[in-house]
Design a protein around this ligand. Structure first.
Ligand SMILES: Cc1cc2nc3c(=O)[nH]c(=O)nc-3n(C[C@H](O)[C@H](O)[C@H](O)COP(=O)(O)OP(=O)(O)OC[C@H]3O[C@@H](n4cnc5c(N)ncnc54)[C@H](O)[C@@H]3O)c2cc1C
Length: 829
């Protein structure tokens, strides 16, 4: 036995450090232990966990241990539901009994919108085999007799919610891993990392250990460990508190434990702890720690807490006492105020360490107890198989790019904490951390009335306020007040010409002998000819969609690869990690130095002719080609393409030239009734054209064929990543397919909104698939939803409908998936 207790051998490493291992996991909280367990379970037994102190000594030991299934994100619901099912059997699996009370939980709704959110999540859960049930106030009181329900709209029941002992969970996972051959060494901090001969060498006070792969699972110390790899992890430690009351006779008298109670509108959880109650609020005005030099993170904070700060919780305590008066009858015996790590969006980092080869992250967990199981599974899939079973973009560390500074991370973390239970309404962004990246055109657009949105940190106009309008989105899934303004922008683009700044495209110049052959082996289809542009897709080995890029072929072996603002680091890694070591191909990141205007609409050709003095008709300047041109003395690369589906050009120029370019376009455009339009209008128009959006309707949950991208797959090519899987799928036949639907208007007096991401598609009333993109098409006057549905159910026929927030709306299939100008004649004038 290589384990000794802390008391027996204070702060001495527990076991001899091996010279090498296949994987080293840094950090022995619930998450690190789960990563180790799942790697070992997958058959990788030469794996070592190094823990600075004792297992659980970070945030894990003091966690409340609540384990809900309910969550609004598909990826996180997968993670949490896997965890809860694993935890129910883990004790038996590894022979380590533990306290896991599956009590069920009630979630309270104070409003129609909250109930709609519950219904949406309930439908999502159903697709995953997880059961949630709507509850009336009377039903809630039946299972929770101490609850005041007079002012509630309703509630929801999470059958399999409960609480687990986090320390026992961690020990069980560590035991299971050890039993399978993994090694756990406590009191062995990692103090440095270096790359040697394609391996990682980690330093510890016990000496060095070499490894092929490394995982940063160091909880709130993620940034400290990240720095060893040259990585700035967006991790902010916030102080989260719960209080525990003394025993309450009414609870002591019960045979069963009370279910958990969550009041998301008031923002707290309340559960039974022994014979007392445990109350944990997510309060406004929370406190961040260790964020600057005046408050440095102590070298060791193991098993420690912050001082109590109950004043901040007063409102929440009073509110909870009014909801469950029994709570007010008992005194407080214990307050736990501990570090809870927050990423800017409150979701953990699980996956590739950005830009760092063979290094991974499983850190910054806000709900690390309930997520540990699923996170370990997910990361072990990524490490061992190179890809996860389901899309994991929601937790991919590369979703945060270079705009995420420490100040940004802090502002967003605090905002997210105070909105922990808030509803996320489509197209509404919270205000913290804005203006992270602006172009020189920002002020001009602001003066023109732009209401901005953040796209990979870049500020882009979402829509333009008309005279007297204010940008005050409603807390609602119903149509927002900008609906008419966005509609007017779309119609203007369709009749005249519009201009939109699209700065923030990620761009990589790929160049050098062999570039064409190398790219050909990566993309699923063909590459454009010299002088032309084309959409290219990258699939995983399993044929799932990794990304979509626009390739502009500048020369025989020279390409400008353009991709979305949010895909910046993801796509950079995708290209760079696949480049053979001895290659003479170079990949240059030219993202920050370039800007883009989209000029589009039926008057765009005339405007462009005037601006450039060149012929711009389709015969002279065909669709999907580019030219270098001069506009008002500014060098631009004009690409004839338009995501809006009208005649149009993307004008790419140096960042410094974007303002004079815009001014020149605007001045000449006045005669053509040029107008600004925004991203919301662009999204509406691309839906009408059937154009796709990365990480909405293009995700690695689906293969190329399932996503309806078969015409970008060339199975006749010699080889490309994913070919074998796609060939097998092609032969066997796809089991689900992509469809575009239009939705009937809701009934009179019913709230009117579009389908929400991941709404359920029904065929003859049976769940058949999920909505992956939705919005209103103003040019065609229809509510549109793109979805992936079961092919057999689709082939069998039947009435199609979409469940939008609990209301079933009849839907019609769109033939060919394109609602607007299906033969592209408008783009080719
Ligand atoms: C008051 C409170 C209540 C909470 N309640 C819940 C809840 O009900 N449900 C829930 O899911 N979550 C809850 N949480 C959050 C939960 O505690 C964390 O998300 C979870 O513990 C994170 O686990 P981890 O393994 O990622 O990190 P940690 O538990 O912090 O583990 C990281 C480990 O890494 C080690 N380490 C750091 N640096 C090094 C190094 N250089 N070398 C080696 N080892 C290193 C640390 O010593 C530590 O043991 C709560 C948090 C707080 C503060």
């Amino acid at each position: 036995m290589d384990e000794v207790s802390v008391n027996e051998q204070a702060n001495k490493p527990t076991g001899k450090l091996p010279g090498s291992a296949r994987v080293v996991v840094i950090g022995g909280g619930a998450v690190g232990a789960s990563v180790l367990y799942h790697l070992a379970e997958r058959g990788w037994r030469d794996v070592v966990l190094l823990e600075k102190n004792e297992l659980t000594s970070g945030s894990t030991w003091h966690a409340a241990g609540n384990c809900p299934n309910y969550v609004g994100s598909w990826t996180i619901m997968k993670i949490q539901s896997y965890s809860t099912s694993l935890y129910r059997k883990l004790g038996d699996l590894v022979d380590y009994p533990m306290n896991y009370h599956v009590t069920g939980a009630i979630r309270l709704a104070h409003s129609r919108q909250r109930m709609e959110e519950f219904r949406h999540v309930e439908r999502m859960g159903r697709q995953m085999g997880i059961e949630f049930q709507e509850m009336s106030p009377a039903e809630m009181q039946e299972v929770y007799p101490f609850l005041e329900t007079h002012d509630l709209y309703g509630g929801q029941w999470d059958l399999l919610d409960g609480d687990i002992d986090p320390a026992q969970l961690t020990q069980a996972l560590a035991k299971g891993a050890r039993d399978m051959g993994a090694t756990v060494i406590r009191f062995c901090p990692v103090t440095g990392a270096r790359r040697e001969n394609g391996e990682w060498v980690l330093s510890t006070p016990q000496g060095d250990i070499r490894c092929e792969y490394v995982v940063n699972a160091s909880g709130y110390r993620a940034n400290e460990v990240g720095r060893m790899f040259g990585r700035d992890v967006p991790c902010i430690s916030l102080a989260h508190q719960y209080l525990v009351t003394e025993g309450i006779p009414e609870l002591a008298a019960r045979d069963t434990k009370l279910p958990l109670l969550r009041d998301p509108d008031s923002s707290y959880y309340l559960r039974q702890e022994k014979d007392g109650l445990l109350l944990g609020p997510y309060e406004k005005g929370c406190r961040a720690h260790w964020t600057d030099a005046s408050d440095p993170m102590p070298e060791d904070f193991s098993f420690q807490l912050y001082s109590d700060d109950l004043e901040r919780l007063e409102w929440y305590i009073e509110d909870a006492c009014a909801r469950v008066p029994l709570l007010g009858t008992a005194g407080i015996t214990r307050v736990v105020n501990g570090p809870i790590p927050y990423a800017p969006d409150g979701l953990p980092l699980i996956g590739q360490m950005p830009g760092v080869p063979n290094a991974f992250e499983a850190c910054v967990f806000t709900f690390g107890i309930v997520q540990a199981g699923g996170a370990g599974k997910l990361l072990s899939e990524i490490i061992v198989e190179g890809e996860s079973e389901t899309d994991s973009w929601a937790v991919d560390p590369r979703r945060f790019t270079d705009h995420v500074t420490h100040d940004y991370a802090k502002a967003k973390a605090i905002e997210t904490y105070s909105h922990e239970y808030a509803m996320h309404f489509p197209q509404i962004q919270w205000p913290a951390g804005r203006k992270a990246k602006t172009s020189p055109l920002y002020d001009t657009l602001a003066e023109a009335g732009a209401a901005f949105g953040s796209y990979g940190g870049w500020e882009r106009a979402d829509w333009f306020l008309r005279d007297g309008e204010e940008d005050r989105p409603a807390d609602s899934y119903d149509r927002q007040h900008w609906f008419d303004a966005v509609g007017a922008e779309c119609r203007h683009v369709a009749e005249h010409v519009g201009v939109l700044e699209l700065t923030g495209f990620s761009r990589f110049l790929v160049k050098g002998p062999g570039a064409t052959d190398w790219l050909r082996g990566l993309v699923t289809g063909g590459l454009p000819k010299v002088g032309r542009i084309g959409l290219v897709y990258f699939a995983s080995e399993k044929g799932k969609i990794l990304t979509e890029m626009t390739a502009t072929r500048l020369g025989e072996d020279e390409f400008l690869m353009m991709t979305g603002a949010g895909a910046y680091w993801h796509d950079r890694d995708l290209l760079k990690f696949r480049l053979p070591a001895d290659s003479s191909i170079s990949i240059t990141d030219v993202t920050a130095s370039m800007a883009t205007l989209l000029v589009t609409g039926p008057k765009a050709p005339a405007l462009m002719a005037e601006l450039t003095g060149e012929a711009t008709g389709h015969e002279d300047f065909p669709w999907l080609t580019y030219r270098r041109m001069s506009i008002a003395g500014i060098e631009v690369t004009a690409i004839r393409v338009s995501f809006a589906g009208e005649a149009g050009w993307e004008l790419h120029c140096d960042m410094g030239d974007i303002k004079p370019l815009y001014d020149a376009v605007w001045a000449a455009g006045t005669a053509h009734r040029i107008a600004n339009f925004g991203m919301l209008a662009l999204d509406s128009m691309r839906l009408e054209k059937g154009y796709r959006s990365w990480k909405a309707d293009l995700t690695s949950d689906y293969t190329m064929f399932e996503s309806g991208l078969g015409r970008w797959v060339n199975l006749g090519k010699d080889s490309f990543v994913g070919k074998a899987a796609l060939q097998a799928e092609h032969q066997a036949g796809v089991t689900q397919g992509f469809v575009t639907l239009t939705l009937e208007d809701p009934g009179d007096g019913e709230p009117f909104g579009e389908a929400v991401y991941l709404s359920t598609v029904l065929i003859d009333g049976n769940a058949a698939g999920l909505v992956v993109s939705a919005g209103y098409g103003h040019r065609v006057g229809k509510s549109i939803a793109m979805a992936v549905v079961d092919s057999a159910m689709l082939a069998a026929g039947g009435a199609v409908s979409v469940d939008v927030l609990g209301r079933e709306r009849a839907a019609a299939l769109v033939e060919g998936d394109v609602l607007y100008d299906p033969d592209n004649s408008r783009m080719k004038v």
